[in-house]
Design a binder for this molecule. Structure first.
Ligand SMILES: Nc1ncnc2c1ncn2[C@@H]1O[C@H](COP(=O)(O)OP(=O)(O)OP(=O)(O)O)[C@@H](O)[C@H]1O
Ligand SMILES: [Mg+2]
Length: 225
């Protein structure tokens, strides 16, 4: 079976259902993303991009509909199975890096492997590989506050790749970076997509990033347009 396939079937997400401030952020989203595709998601602020990414990454559950990852319906999994799936199949890159401030680059990148139970020897080898992949071999012992924004985001990319995920999800990964640094991050993600066939989904406001993707999903008011 091919890996890294994502299907969204009739996704609806209503926040605060039944309350006065009820809000339907996603209204019947149907999508199929195939293994190894590079897909970008664009849309105005509040159109539901992060909500969609959160549902695909099983960080949140839909009000209606189902997300299938490699043909498994996420709603059929318990919390333990969901966290295992997240750890083993998915890698995230966030807009605000979300690195652990008290940990060095090495420790931040190593963390997902510790959760998975990878041996120390293997972890060391993999972190070294990843640090050189993102061009930060010299910053292994630095903590996030001791690095530039672009460097922190590269650590975050390395961390996302620690468990060799087949699917990489990035929510505005260059939102906090200057154009040149942002370009480097995107090139790195695209390289992983091209050379290692990893499925890549990037939420972006930058049409230059979207132009390079296999296709673009445009959201408006919770619908694909
Ligand atoms: N936890 C929540 N409770 C209530 N409403 C929410 C919640 N999270 C998001 N929303 C609402 O759902 C809509 C979609 O939010 P979402 O974060 O998906 O937008 P977005 O497209 O990612 O926007 P941005 O480009 O600003 O990041 C917004 O109107 C938002 O106010
Ligand atoms: Mg968002």
């Amino acid at each position: 079976m091919s890996e890294g396939v994502i299907v969204c079937d009739g996704l609806v997400k209503t926040y605060n259902a039944g309350k006065l401030n009820e809000f339907t952020a996603l209204k019947n989203i149907n999508l199929t993303i195939k293994e190894g595709e590079y897909v970008s998601i664009m849309g105005p602020s509040g159109s539901g991009k992060s909500t969609l990414l959160n549902l695909i990454s099983c960080l949140d559950s839909p009000t209606k509909g189902e997300v299938y990852l490699d043909e498994t319906g996420i709603s059929t999994l318990n919390d333990l199975e969901k966290s295992r799936l997240r750890r083993e199949k998915l890698g995230f890159v966030f807009q605000k890096f979300n690195l652990i401030p008290t940990m060095t680059s090495f420790e931040n990148i190593e963390l997902p492997m510790r959760f998975k139970g990878t041996s120390l020897k293997e972890r060391k080898k993999k972190v070294k590989e990843l640090l050189s992949l993102v061009g930060l071999a010299a910053k292994s012992a630095n903590k996030p506050t001791e690095m530039s924004g672009g460097e922190q985001q590269r650590v975050a990319v390395a961390r996302a790749l620690a468990n060799n995920p087949k699917i990489i999800l990035a929510d505005e990964p260059t939102g906090n970076l200057d154009t040149e640094t942002g370009k480097k991050i995107i090139e790195l993600l695209m390289k992983l997509n091209r050379e290692e066939k990893r499925t890549l989904i990037i939420v972006t406001h930058d049409s230059k990033i979207a132009e390079k993707s296999d296709y673009l999903i445009k959201l408006l008011d919770g619908r694909v347009i």
